[in-house]
Design a protein around this ligand. Structure first.
Ligand code: ATP
Length: 339
């Protein structure tokens, strides 16, 4: 709100509804205008790990909302390093869509908190708005999303964890369009297990060999990137079997057998923990929805089911993804922006 002082003789044209005239003494009238600033519009793509949030954000940004810029809200992907292990979208996959807070935080420094995210992400939102862009917040860490969008954020409160979590605030400081990419959990779990194998095939193990071999594991913050799924699970493996080498069967020595078993155990724990992460993330989303947050759910289950069915071709997956995820999301965002 702003205060105007002016002389009676001045001729001003303003909408009466925006003016309140207050007491006047001699020749001066004080007019207070309560110009309520419209809240800034942002789009938030939420959902459990593996549900396709990054893919959807790129589809929306490249095909419908060309002014979109992505702010990452995955608390492990904010750190630099371990790109495969934390499953960061690659430069090629980004298709030139600007990304912020993706791999930009030093993992050796104090842990990146929700308060840090609130501050940095809101600055990015201001910058994007100055460019007339559309901020797309994309990532599965609901504590980060919560810290960013609530009007009053108390860093000491925890609305998600413990036997008696704090109440969820519904007062938001942005005009938010929440898209929740949902996949029914049994289908998602099957996919997540396969995804871990694919991540290993694409170099996750080698990335961790380098990470443990270089001593990086000793300098990173244990409560930050040190918690990324894959790091604690492989820690005992690398303590016992430092460096490279993985038995692929054949002429196995006793040590090879031990190595192979420890490897399989680490992979099994990674799969279990990833599945647990997804489940926890969904329960946090449900908590926000139950508190009254207007989350718009899009269901990617059929697309994932097709993906997991070996006889269905890629075309069918793409078609289902398009019809059941991209199109509804595009309509939701269009409608939101037109409001
Ligand atoms: P929040 O609870 O803050 O909303 P979140 O759902 O992303 O965040 P947590 O429930 O804190 O994550 O995480 C459970 C485990 O999964 C933790 O060990 C966490 O570090 C790990 N984790 C979360 N995201 C990733 C990721 N992108 N890559 C690897 N591990 C991750």
């Amino acid at each position: 709100s702003s205060t105007w002082s002016l002389n009676h003789s001045n001729n001003i044209h303003m909408e009466p509804s925006t003016l309140t005239t207050t007491a006047t003494t001699t020749t001066t009238t004080t007019i207070t205008t309560t110009t309520r600033r419209r809240k800034r519009k942002i789009v938030i793509i939420m959902g459990p790990t593996g549900a396709g949030k990054s893919r959807l954000s790129i589809d929306l940004a490249t095909r419908f909302f060309h002014n979109a810029e992505i702010i990452n809200s995955d608390k492990m992907q904010v750190y630099s390093g371990l790109n495969i292990t934390t499953n960061k979208i690659t430069i090629e996959e980004q298709l030139n869509v600007p990304h912020h807070l993706l791999g930009t935080i030093d993992p050796t420094k104090p842990v990146f908190t929700p308060s840090d995210f609130r501050k940095l992400a809101s600055e990015y939102i201001s910058d994007i708005k100055l460019r007339r862009g559309l901020p797309l917040i994309v990532g599965g860490s609901n504590s980060l999303i919560y810290s960013l969008v609530t009007k009053r954020f108390d860093p000491k409160s925890d609305v998600f964890n413990g036997p008696d979590p704090d109440p969820v605030s519904t007062e938001l400081r942005y005009d938010c369009c929440f898209i929740w990419v949902d996949v029914c959990l049994p289908v998602l779990n099957k996919y997540l297990s396969k995804r871990v194998d694919e991540m290993l095939d694409s170099g996750m193990f080698e990335e961790l060999v380098e990470f443990f071999g270089s001593g990086e594991n000793n300098v990173i913050n244990k409560s930050g990137l040190g918690q990324a799924i894959g790091v604690p699970e492989f820690e005992t493996y690398f303590e016992k079997f430092p460096g490279f080498g993985r038995s692929d069967g054949g002429d196995e020595s006793e040590d090879d057998v031990g190595r192979s078993e420890a490897y399989d155990e680490a992979v099994r724990r990674i799969k279990d923990n990833t599945i647990q992460l997804a489940k926890k993330q969904v329960s946090k989303i449900l908590r926000l929805r139950d508190a009254g947050w207007d989350l718009r759910r899009v269901d990617a289950t059929e697309a994932f089911r097709a993906l997991m069915t070996s006889d269905s071709g890629g075309g069918r997956v793409a078609e289902l993804w398009e019809k059941q995820v991209v199109e509804p999301s595009m309509k939701i965002v269009k409608h939101f922006l037109d409001e």
